[in-house]
Design a protein around this ligand. Structure first.
Ligand SMILES: [Zn+2]
Ligand SMILES: [Zn+2]
Length: 343
C-alpha cells in the first residue's frame, strides 16, 4: 500500500510503498477514506517540537474509512462497515481502559505517533478503536470527530463540566478551538467568547458562532477585558498553550470557575494567587484526548442537528500533497480549519 512515512532524521513525510498492515486477532483493517491534518502533525514534522521516537512511522490520527478485513474474535463490527477511528492509543487491559477511559491509561498515546496511523491506504488497529459511522455523515466530517472535535468535547463536557447557560471563553481559535466554540453552542453555553491574536482565527471564531471575539493584540490585560466583556466566565478552555495569557484569564473566572488546559506549550503557568483560588474555588485542570464514548456521543449530536461540521473542512487532498498541507497549516496559508487527506 501507499503511505506517508516519517523516516529517521526527516521533518517531511515520504510517500512510499510499504507492506499492507497485517491483521491479528482482535484487529480490524480499515481502508482509509479521509484523514485530517492536525496541528500536532505540524509539530512533529515541519515545525518539530514533538519528538517521534520510533521511526519509520506512518503518521495521521484523525481518520475514517471502511472496514476491509477483520481478525479472529472481532464481533462488534463487520467488513464493509463505515467507521471513525479514534485518535488515541492505549493498553486496552487496565481498569481505566476497560471502563472506556482510554485517555487516562498509563500507556496513552496517539495514533500516527505511538503506532502507525492513517496517512495511508490501509490501517490496522484493535477493534475497540473504531466507532460505527452512519451513512448520513460524510467520511471527512467523521474523520475530524476523532480529534479536532472529540478533544474539545471532552475538555468542555467532562473536564470543564460546562453546563447550559454558563459563559465559556475559548482561548486559541485554531482547528480545536473553533470546534470548542461550536460545541459550546451545542452544549447550551449561554455565551461564548473567543480570544486569539490572528485575524484569520478571529474571523473563524465569529463564523463558528462566538458571541464576542477579543483580539488579544489590542488589550494589555486579556483577563480584565474578558471580565469587562462578559461580566465573568464559568469555563475557560485554552487551546493556545500560551500560559502567560491564561494566567491573566484566570482573573476573569466566576466563583467555582474552571480553566481547562488543552493546548500544550512550553512556558510556565504562573498562578500566583492561591488564596484567591481557594476563596473563589477555582479549578485548573488539564484535558487530553477523549474517552471512548466521545465519538458515539458526537455522532448523535450531528444526527440530531445540534452540531454542524459543514464549515470545518477547508479542502481535500491526495496523499502526495500531505507535506504541502503541513506547510500551509503551519503558516496558516489560506486560513485553514482542517485539510483532509484522501488516501
Ligand atoms: Zn491532533
Ligand atoms: Zn490502559
Amino acid at each position: 500500500m501507499k503511505a506517508a512515512v516519517l523516516n529517521e532524521g526527516a521533518n517531511r513525510l515520504q510517500i512510499e510503498q510499504v507492506p499492507d498492515p497485517a491483521v491479528g486477532p482482535g484487529d480490524v483493517r480499515v481502508r482509509v477514506r479521509a484523514c485530517g491534518v492536525c496541528g500536532s502533525d505540524v509539530h512533529a514534522t515541519v515545525h518539530p517540537v514533538i519528538p517521534i521516537k520510533t521511526r519509520p512511522r506512518i503518521m495521521g490520527h484523525e481518520s475514517a474509512g471502511v472496514i476491509e478485513s477483520i481478525g479472529s474474535g472481532v464481533t462488534r463490527v463487520k467488513v464493509g462497515q463505515r467507521v471513525v477511528i479514534g485518535a488515541g492509543t492505549s493498553c486496552g487491559e487496565c481498569a481505566r481502559c476497560l471502563a472506556g477511559r482510554d485517555n487516562a491509561c498509563e500507556k496513552v498515546g496517539v495514533l500516527g505517533f505511538d503506532r502507525d496511523g492513517a496517512f495511508a491506504e490501509l490501517i490496522t488497529i484493535p477493534e475497540r478503536y473504531v466507532h460505527a459511522l452512519p451513512d448520513e455523515i460524510p467520511f471527512d466530517q467523521g474523520a475530524i470527530l476523532a480529534d479536532a472535535v472529540s478533544t474539545p468535547y471532552h475538555a468542555l463536557k467532562y473536564t470543564g463540566r460546562l453546563e447550559a447557560g454558563e459563559t465559556l471563553a475559548v482561548v486559541g481559535c485554531g482547528g480545536l478551538g473553533v470546534h470548542a466554540i461550536l460545541l459550546g453552542r451545542a452544549l447550551g453555553a449561554g455565551r461564548v467568547v473567543a480570544v486569539d491574536v490572528e485575524d484569520g482565527a478571529l474571523q473563524h471564531a465569529a463564523n463558528f458562532g462566538a458571541d464576542d471575539v477579543i483580539d488579544a493584540r489590542r488589550t494589555k490585560n486579556i483577563g480584565k477585558t474578558l471580565r469587562e466583556v462578559t461580566g465573568g466566565v464559568d469555563v475557560i478552555a485554552d487551546f493556545s498553550g500560551f500560559y502567560p495569557g491564561l494566567s491573566t484569564c484566570l482573573r476573569a473566572l466566576n466563583p467555582r470557575g474552571r480553566a481547562v488546559m488543552v493546548g500544550i506549550g512550553r512556558s510556565k503557568l504562573e498562578v500566583g494567587m492561591p488564596p484567591l483560588m481557594i476563596y473563589r474555588q477555582l479549578c485548573i485542570c488539564g484535558s487530553y484526548g477523549c474517552e471512548r464514548n466521545a465519538v458515539p456521543e458526537l455522532i448523535q449530536l450531528v444526527l440530531a442537528g445540534k452540531l454542524d461540521l459543514s464549515k470545518s473542512i477547508t479542502s481535500h487532498h491526495p496523499l502526495e500533497e500531505v507535506n504541502q498541507c503541513l506547510e500551509d497549516l503551519h503558516h496558516r496559508k489560506g486560513n485553514p480549519v482542517r485539510f483532509v487527506i484522501q488516501p
